[in-house]
Ligand binder design. Sequence first.
Ligand SMILES: Cc1cc2nc3c(=O)[nH]c(=O)nc-3n(C[C@H](O)[C@H](O)[C@H](O)COP(=O)(O)OP(=O)(O)OC[C@H]3O[C@@H](n4cnc5c(N)ncnc54)[C@H](O)[C@@H]3O)c2cc1C
Length: 303
Amino acid sequence: MLIKENFEIKNLTTYKIGGIVKKVYFPQTQEEFAELLRKLDDYIVLGSCSNVLISSNGYSGNIIITSEMKNFEIKGTRVYADCGVKGPLLAQKTCESSLSGFEFMIGFPGSIGGDLYMNAGAHGQCISDVLISCCLFDRENKEIIFMQKQEMDFSYRHSILQTGRFILLSAEFELKKLPQEEIKALLERNLNFRKSIQPTLATPNAGSVFKNPENDSAGRLLDKAGVKNFETENVKVWEKHANFLINKGNATSLDILEMMVKMQKAVKDTYTIDLVPEIIFIGDKTEKEEELCNILYKIKMLK
Ligand SMILES: Cc1cc2nc3c(=O)[nH]c(=O)nc-3n(C[C@H](O)[C@H](O)[C@H](O)COP(=O)(O)OP(=O)(O)OC[C@H]3O[C@@H](n4cnc5c(N)ncnc54)[C@H](O)[C@@H]3O)c2cc1C
């Protein structure tokens, strides 16, 4: 297994932000991954690093990145995938087999592990819609277990994985047969919609900054609160969508946190609504970052 010590992680993240991590592991198979999870006591598991803000101060612990776990299988209408498989690849491969259900994943780079942790969704679909069951590592008992979808406490951008007790090893999905042309048309529609309002990965970002509050859209509230004009030397709010924050090139985690606090405050001042961040902060915080995270998250954080 590839192991990197004192590894600068920023180029693996879609934000292109993150300092030196003490040890980074890249398991390739479920067996390797499970063995590592049994051995290590303290670690953070990441997939495509597309929903995280990693501290520019780095992290003095272990990070396991699942991007080398690329196995998947399509059998009839069932799809089995390792946690590291990327959503857009599965969306394409299942389209080739005339299977519908993953079209929403075409435009963002999440891995199956990250997607299930976040219950990722778009265009009226989400990943739990098509899930059957998961193979998980239970950190408490250090054993592999299987869980049915109904046991996984899914709701909007939430799943049982957020308790921190379970790590996803692989998942099984059930898709529907549909003529390939119809699936292709859905993929194209979804991609075109994204291109019209969202930045591509060439413009470093981590997708939506805040979750939608119930029955409303964070992007709409941020826009009405006037944040589209917000820009500093290193970060700016995307001009076509107020819930996207761009690293202009040299941004640090502190630059992003400072802008997030300004965005959250603008909506609070205008609508008395507390937006909850969708982006997850990871790593060793400076005192200032600790202070900003306490304002932003107001909930227990991962690290
Ligand atoms: C341009 C762009 C567009 C986006 N659009 C959308 C969108 O439309 N809808 C949407 O929902 N999201 C969107 N996102 C956000 C992001 O891609 C998703 O949240 C995705 O699900 C994150 O997956 P990841 O593999 O990158 O997770 P990471 O960022 O690597 O990790 C996110 C969380 O998942 C946990 N995790 C990762 N793997 C595992 C595992 N195997 N077991 C347990 N926990 C794990 C991590 O510990 C972390 O807490 C977008 C991002 C970008 C950059």
